[in-house]
Design a protein around this ligand. Structure first.
Ligand code: DAH
Length: 340
C-alpha cells in the first residue's frame, strides 16, 4: 500500500507539471481527486491491509489527499489570477474618454401648450374631466341643443361610425357628461382629441380642444370675460387685451367669439392678424337654458358659462407655426426646438 502511495505521488507530480490551463486542471481533478479518482480509490484497498495497520494507513491516505488538494487549489488560484490579468489587458477602460451623451427627449409642443393651459385654469379652481373620443349623437349634438337636421350640424363635418355613433367633433359633449353626473357648483376643464373631416394648412382631421364649463348661481358673461382675460394674459403676455364679439353656437346664448390684441404687432396690424390688430382664439358663451334643462339643471336657479379652445391654434400662435401638419409629422428637427 505504501508503495502504491509512492507511485501515485510520482504520477501526481508529473501530472501537475503538465497542467497548463483550466482544462488540464479539471482533468487532473477528475483523475486523482474526484470520487472515482485514484486517491479516494486507495481507501478501497484498505480491506487487504492488516487490521492493526489500517488506522495508520487510512491517516496516511487522508494526509496524501489533503496535500494533493492543497496543490490543486494553489494551481487553481494561479490560473484564475493569470486569466484575470489577461482579461484586464484586453478590456482596458480609458476613464479619461469623454462620456457618451444620451439624447434626451422633450415634450411635444401640443402637450407643452395643453399643460400650460391646464395650469392656468387649475389655478382658478377648475377640475379636469375626460370624456370618450367615440361618442353618441345625443351627447355630441342633441343634448347640446343641436337637433337632428339643425343647420349647425353642417358646421362640423362629422366622421360617423354608425348612424348614432361618431368620433366626437368637439369636447363639448364633456359638458353634458359632467352635468349629467354632477350637481352645481361645477367648474371643469375637458381637454381631449377631437375629429372632423377637414384638412388644410390650419385644419387637421384630428386635433385637440379644451372645453371649460362653470355652472353655479349668478354666473354671467362678465365671469367668462374675466377668466378668459386672465387666461390670455398668462399665455400670451400681460400686455395682451381681450375682446368679445357676438357670435352663434347652438349651446350658448348669448354666444361670443373671443379675440386677443395682436401680440406680434401690438395691435397696429401685421400679417399675423391680417391687418386687423386682433386674432380670434376661441368661442364661448352663456350655457343655453335648454342645455341646462337637458341635463336636469334648473335654469331659473343656475346659470353657466362655457368655452372651447383649440389647443393647436394656441400652440401655433404662441410658437409662430404656420402649418398644422408640422405638429403631427414628428420630424425631430422641428420637435427639438421645443424644450419646456
Ligand atoms: N364646440 C365649439 C367648436 O368646436 C367650441 C365652443 C364654442 C365650445 C362655444 C363651447 C362654447 O363650450 O360655449 O367649435
Amino acid at each position: 500500500m505504501e508503495q502504491q502511495i509512492k507511485d501515485l505521488r510520482k504520477q501526481v507530480e508529473e501530472a501537475l507539471q503538465n497542467v497548463k490551463d483550466k482544462n488540464d486542471l479539471a482533468n487532473f481533478w477528475q483523475n486523482f481527486l474526484s470520487k472515482k479518482g485514484s486517491i479516494p480509490n486507495l481507501m478501497k484497498g484498505l480491506g487487504s491491509v492488516a487490521k492493526e495497520a489500517r488506522p495508520a494507513m487510512g491517516k496516511l491516505i487522508n494526509e496524501f489527499r489533503d496535500e494533493v488538494t492543497k496543490q490543486y487549489e494553489k494551481i487553481q488560484t494561479i490560473l484564475e489570477e493569470k486569466e484575470l490579468e489577461e482579461r484586464n489587458k484586453t478590456e482596458q477602460v480609458d476613464i479619461t474618454m469623454p462620456a457618451k451623451k444620451r439624447p434626451s427627449g422633450s415634450l411635444h409642443p401640443i402637450t407643452i401648450t395643453k399643460n400650460q393651459m391646464v395650469d392656468v385654469f387649475a389655478g382658478m379652481g377648475f377640475e379636469i374631466f375626460e370624456g370618450p373620443e367615440i361618442e353618441d349623437d345625443d351627447h355630441n349634438f342633441t343634448s347640446l341643443n343641436v337637433a337632428k337636421n339643425h343647420p349647425a350640424r353642417d358646421m362640423q363635418d362629422t366622421f360617423y361610425i354608425t348612424e348614432d355613433i361618431l368620433l366626437r367633433t368637439h369636447t363639448s359633449p364633456g359638458q353634458i357628461r359632467v352635468m349629467n353626473s354632477e350637481k352645481p357648483p361645477i367648474k371643469v376643464l375637458v381637454p381631449g382629441r377631437v375629429f372632423r373631416s377637414d384638412s388644410d394648412a390650419t385644419h387637421s382631421p384630428q386635433f385637440h380642444q379644451m372645453e371649460g364649463l362653470v355652472v353655479d348661481k349668478g354666473i354671467t358673461l362678465c365671469d367668462l370675460q374675466g377668466m378668459l382675460d386672465e387666461f390670455v394674459k398668462k399665455i400670451f403676455g400681460s400686455e395682451v387685451k381681450t375682446r368679445l364679439r357676438p357670435s352663434y353656437f347652438p349651446f350658448t346664448e348669448p354666444s361670443v367669439e373671443v379675440d386677443v390684441s395682436c401680440f406680434e404687432c401690438g395691435g397696429k396690424g401685421c400679417s399675423l392678424c391680417k391687418g386687423t390688430g386682433w386674432i380670434e382664439i376661441l368661442g364661448g358663451g352663456i350655457v343655453h337654458h335648454k342645455v341646462l334643462e337637458n341635463c336636469g339643471i334648473d335654469p331659473t336657479v343656475y346659470s353657466g358659462l362655457a368655452f372651447g379652445i383649440g389647443i393647436e391654434r394656441i400652440a401655433m400662435l404662441k410658437y409662430g407655426i404656420n402649418n398644422i401638419g408640422l405638429l403631427y409629422e414628428n420630424d425631430l428637427r422641428f420637435l427639438k426646438q421645443f424644450k419646456d
